[in-house]
Design a protein around this ligand. Structure first.
Ligand code: ATP
Ligand code: MG
Length: 467
């Protein structure tokens, strides 16, 4: 049996107090009593809505080998007898354990931040580095004050490549997280209007993202997006922080990882990239120019951490679009079929544009329509009206003639679209869902996107259930 942590290492890292009959080690770490596996430790984290201490008994019943609980909550655990490590604060103990995981590791560490594309790039890195060694990466978008220490604590000692998604909604959030992760390579995918409600402008967002460079190891590398309007701001920040190596990706002639040419198709794409003095022809298993941009950063990072670049490039051919981020379904309808592109995971102006471009690149059967089903982008603050109305520009450029909208903010887009576009507008997502269920026809290509909180994922689910 190989342990993720022996209990003596756990105790040393967390400074806890043992209670009960502790096992020799644990095979994993979980903060969710529903999905915990036998032999794992359950950390009773207090979240916004639930307190893990309330689920400690269930975690034990489901096979947890031990509990990590806070001293103050002991009385609330009542008569529960289980092996426990009692700490001052469970989250702080997990942070200490995460730091111990980093200290004991010889892995090359890559941290990914940016306004969009973090998870896409992180999963791409997982995929392209796998042929070169053992990869450990964040689950889903576990990128915040608990997601990052949890991912670190879970990193096996024999990891070759550790990949961490780091997110933020406000300034000073990335700094403590990256100081735990201490990456060799940091990637900033792009700066765009996300959580704009919390910031004055894009420059402020760039400064907050620049915090990721503060945690780099001494001889570290940063990879920046040359095509992004905030590139100069980020490059200046890198110089001011004394970052050892600054690299860039993009289609600019000055980019180190450069897009020479891109040919988009419906099911995938081909990217010609100049990286490290070579021009590579890269087949991408997932379509979209934004995927190709992320791929430049990922291949660049793979080269910097000493991975097999040719194997990394070959792996991109078998890349699959992530659920909610471009996943495609061909569904039977009547005597034909229609294509559903699920972009419902989340939305902001940058990813809306990327998804509209994706819809434009799809093949359209005779008589079919390209339909954009769009719901509100949230957290846009005072800019909300403007950024919704401005989506008319890429929609017209892409010649999307059928635009179905839901949500109060999307009324701004409805009013901004020209008359020759067929617009359906409903106040709520559920009304639009009802309309969509009765209105899609054979040959259509339908792309669905909104912020997570708006819930256009419900339209995707309803279509998948019906067809
Ligand atoms: P979150 O902050 O919610 O964790 P994220 O930064 O991890 O988001 P992803 O989940 O990778 O972002 O992607 C979110 C959306 O942005 C998806 O629709 C995806 O297709 C799109 N996207 C991914 N990469 C880019 C990019 N480089 N430019 C524009 N859009 C992108
Ligand atoms: Mg994410």
């Amino acid at each position: 049996m190989s342990f993720l942590w022996t209990v003596s290492d756990l105790m040393a890292a967390m400074h806890g107090r043992p209670m009960g009959n502790l096992p020799e080690g644990i095979t994993g770490i979980s903060i969710d009593s529903r999905s915990i596996a036998k032999g794992e430790a359950f950390f009773a984290i207090k979240g916004d809505r639930v307190d893990g201490h309330d689920y400690a008994g269930i975690a034990i019943a489901n096979g947890a080998a031990l509990l990590v609980v806070s001293e103050a909550k002991l009385p609330a655990l009542g008569r529960l007898t289980a092996p426990m490590i009692v700490v001052d604060d469970v989250l702080e103990a997990m942070v200490r354990l995460g730091c111990a995981a980093r200290d004991r590791s010889a892995a090359k560490i890559i941290a990914v931040t940016g306004s969009v594309g973090k998870t896409t790039t992180k999963e791409m890195l997982r995929h392209v580095l796998s042929p070169s060694g053992r990869v450990h990466a964040s689950v889903a978008s576990f990128n915040n004050h608990w997601g990052v220490p949890l991912t670190l604590s879970r990193m096996p000692e024999n990891t070759d490549f550790g990949i961490f998604e780091i997110g933020m909604n406000h300034v000073d959030e990335i700094r403590p997280l990256v100081n735990m992760v201490r990456p060799h390579v940091a990637i900033i995918t792009t700066i765009a209007a996300a959580h704009l409600g919390n910031f004055k402008d894009l420059g402020e967002i760039a400064s907050a993202k620049a915090e990721i460079m503060e945690g780099l190891v001494d001889d570290g590398h940063v990879i920046l997006n040359r095509d992004n309007e905030q590139f100069d701001t980020l490059e200046k920040a890198a110089t001011a922080l004394g970052v050892a190596h600054v690299h860039s990706f993009g289609s600019s002639a000055k980019a180190d990882f450069r897009m020479v040419e891109f040919a988009g198709g419906a099911e995938g794409a081909v990217l010609w990239a100049a990286i490290g003095g070579r021009t590579l022809e890269i087949q991408l298993g997932a379509p979209g120019r934004h995927i190709a941009e992320n791929a430049l950063a990922a291949i660049g990072a793979a080269a910097l951490v000493g991975a097999d670049v040719d194997a990394a490039v070959a792996a991109l051919a078998t890349l699959q679009p992530e659920k909610g981020r471009g996943a495609r379904y061909r569904l039977p309808i009547g005597s034909g079929s229609f294509v559903l592109i699920d972009e419902s995971y989340n939305a902001n102006p940058a990813s809306m544009r990327a998804a509209i471009a994706l819809l434009k690149d799809t093949e359209l059967p005779e008589g079919g329509r390209r339909i954009a089903i769009l719901g509100d982008m949230l957290e846009m603050g005072e800019f909300a009206g403007r950024v919704h109305a401005e989506l008319a520009v890429p929609l017209v450029e892409a010649d999307i003639r059928d635009v179905w909208l839901a949500g109060p903010e999307m009324a701004h887009l409805r009013d901004a679209l020209p008359e020759d576009v067929h617009v359906e507008y409903r106040e709520t997502v559920d009304e639009l869902k009802q309309f969509a269920l009765g209105s899609i026809a054979a040959g259509d290509v339908v792309m669905i996107k909104s912020s997570k909180g708006t819930g256009c994922g419900r339209i995707v689910a309803a279509l998948l259930e019906k067809y």
